[in-house]
Design a protein around this ligand. Structure first.
Ligand code: MRU
Length: 345
């Protein structure tokens, strides 16, 4: 079984501290939603589905560690927790999806103890469903990959970005489990290095063949026939098929198109935002020190200006297919995404 990133144990949230990987596999325990908000902000937990589920457990902590005497008071406290958790990271849409779902469930009940119980149960169910969704997505995607494929992936869209199993890496896992021999090329993914620290760690941990490349070697590996498919995760997908994902995804998709290499995206339906237009999406800008240092070491002159967007947008014309738990959407995406949601009502 893949790593378990998020667990609910004895009314506490237990998560792998991803800032310590790959050198240490350390679990941290939280009993207060403010701690969870801080963990999301500081990338202790990251990746769209994992952020969503940890946010839901943040709401569960806010509900149980609360001495509200009336329903109104408790709902008010939960609204506060919702706001604090939602403000942690702006781009991945799963966080808002999960927090809204929990809020709706809380409001359905009148009794305080019923509200608390239902919120905890809803968060637990969300965590269980995340694994089932990933496994279904894996099955749906695995038929698109063949024996001896070398598959490039970017950032980390694996067990560590979800509760377990993963989205893009879930498809890779399912392809391997179906008996096909495959290889993975992971990009290092500067500046936070989710590719080298997390994807390479996770795949090695699970015995999947992986080579690491610097981000700057994407063109070389594609031009020299070392890659024949790409799969990435997503933080937000619009109804038009525009995909927001870790910075660098757009340039990989562009080079893949030039070399006729199929470029797939794997994400659950909870990653889709059917309302926004591309220009509405806030791209998170992260701190300059992620770019001016590598580890503890300074690698840029003091005072240099830095542009550090965490995500970019890949347009639909560069994407071969979007793999979900409800099936695979193919171009034209406006039509196929609509159909997936209609069939899944
Ligand atoms: O900034 P992060 O580490 O939270 O980045 C998000 C991601 O892990 C990726 O963009 C990923 O490919 C999509 S989430 C499965």
């Amino acid at each position: 079984m893949s790593l378990k990133t998020i667990e609910w144990k004895n009314n506490k949230l237990v998560m792998i501290d991803q800032t310590k990987l790959p050198t240490e596999l350390v679990y941290v325990e939280y009993s207060d939603y403010h701690q969870v908000a801080n963990a999301i902000k500081t990338l202790v937990v990251r990746g769209a589905p994992a952020i969503g589920v940890s946010g839901a457990f943040g709401m569960a902590l806010a509900a149980i560690n609360n001495d509200a005497k009336t329903k109104e008071e408790l709902i008010d406290q939960l609204e506060k927790a919702h706001k604090t958790l939602l403000e942690t990271r702006p781009t991945a849409v799963n966080l808002g999806w999960a927090l809204d779902k929990i809020m709706l469930i809380a409001k359905e009940h009148n009794d305080i103890s019923e509200i608390k119980k239902s919120v905890v149960e809803a968060a637990q169910k969300m965590a269980e469903d995340d694994v089932k969704t990933n496994m279904k997505m894996g099955q749906n995607g695995s038929i698109l990959f063949e024996e001896n494929d070398t598959i490039m992936t970017h950032c980390n869209a694996g067990a560590l970005a979800t509760v377990a199993y993963g989205t893009a890496l879930g498809v890779i896992r399912a392809t391997k489990e179906s008996g096909k021999k495959i290889k993975v090329i992971a990009t290092e993914t500067r500046p936070v290095q989710q590719g080298s620290r997390l994807t390479a760690f996770e795949l090695k941990h699970d015995g999947i063949d992986v080579d690491l490349i610097p981000d700057t070697a994407v063109g070389y590996t594609m031009a020299n026939g070392l890659v024949n498919k790409v799969i990435v995760g997503a933080d937000r997908i619009l109804r038009t098929g525009h995909v927001f994902n870790k910075i660098g995804t757009y340039q990989i998709a562009t080079i893949a198109k030039r070399h006729d290499i199929p470029f797939f995206v794997a994400a659950p339906l909870s990653t889709f935002d059917l309302k926004s237009n591309p220009e509405d999406v806030i791209i998170e800008q992260r701190k300059a020190s992620e770019v001016t240092t590598i580890g503890e070491k300074k690698t840029a002159p003091d005072g240099v200006g830095v542009i550090n967007p965490a995500f970019d947008m890949t347009p639909p014309e560069l994407i071969t297919g979007i793999i979900t738990e409800a099936g695979v959407a193919n171009p034209p995406y406006e039509e196929s995404i609509k159909k997936l949601f209609e069939a899944n009502k």
